[in-house]
Structure formats: C-alpha cells, structure tokens
Design a binder for this molecule. Structure first.
Ligand SMILES: [Fe+2]
Length: 135
C-alpha cells in the first residue's frame, strides 16, 4: 500500500517539505515494485539513492535547526545519525549478499517507519518551534 505525504506533515519550509516528498515518492516506487514482484530489482537503486540523499537532506534540516537555535538540536541530530547508520548497514548487506527478499523487507520497514514516525512526531515538533518563533 502506498504511503502519502499529507499537508499535516509540512514543516513549513519548502526546501525540507520538497525533500520529504521525494522520500515518499522513492519509497512508493519500492512498494509499487514489490507489488509487481520486482522489489529486488528496485531495492539496490533505492538504498544507493537514499544513502546520499538522506545525508544532504539531514544536513539541510540540521542547518535550519541551527539557524533557528532549536533547543532539541542534539537529540534530533542523534536520530538522524541513527538512521544514517541503519542505512549503512543495509548498504553493507546489499554489497555483501546482493538484493534479497529480506533486504527488501528491512528497507521497506525502516524507511516507512522513518517517514511515518520521524516526520510526523519529530520533524513536526521542529515545525511547531519554527512557527512559534515566527522569524
Ligand atoms: Fe528530522
């Protein structure tokens, strides 16, 4: 089942929201490929894409936190670092064993969980802070 970016997930900063939308699109590509029985073909592409994209996305998000002097910066950055580490592990598995069904499932679970939980619970706290700050 596809997962959707919805306006309640908006941070209110276009660059970040656009990047989040790209992440949703890419995981939907994997979900769609899985539905067509082609998950293994797509998972390598997705992991390769994410390991670079996520690093620059997090860098942008963290720069905004610094710009706004966000008090939860360290805790939020730690979550980002944890996600990057999880992706590195998936990439290692991809390099060592090649794409398999287990890797497809793990990647799917990690990214869907991240998009649903991190954006809706952690990034939206940042959004609330930015809105309150008003600048
Ligand atoms: Fe974040």
């Amino acid at each position: 089942m596809a997962i959707k970016w919805t306006p309640n997930l908006a941070i209110g900063i276009k660059k970040i929201d656009d990047q989040h939308k790209v992440l949703f699109e890419r995981i939907n590509d994997l979900i769609e490929a899985c539905n067509q029985g082609k998950g293994k073909d797509t998972v390598a592409e997705l992991i390769t894409f994410l390991k670079d994209y996520v690093v620059f996305h997090f860098r942008d998000e963290q720069q905004i936190m610094l710009d706004y002097k966000y008090p939860e910066y360290e805790a939020h950055k730690k979550l980002h670092d944890g996600f990057v580490d999880s992706l590195k592990e998936l990439n290692k598995e991809l390099e060592e064993k090649g794409p398999g069904l287990a890797l497809v499932l793990k990647t799917n679970r990690l990214v869907v969980d991240w998009l649903i939980n991190h954006i809706s619970k952690v990034d939206t706290q940042l959004a609330a802070y930015i809105k309150k700050d008003g600048s």
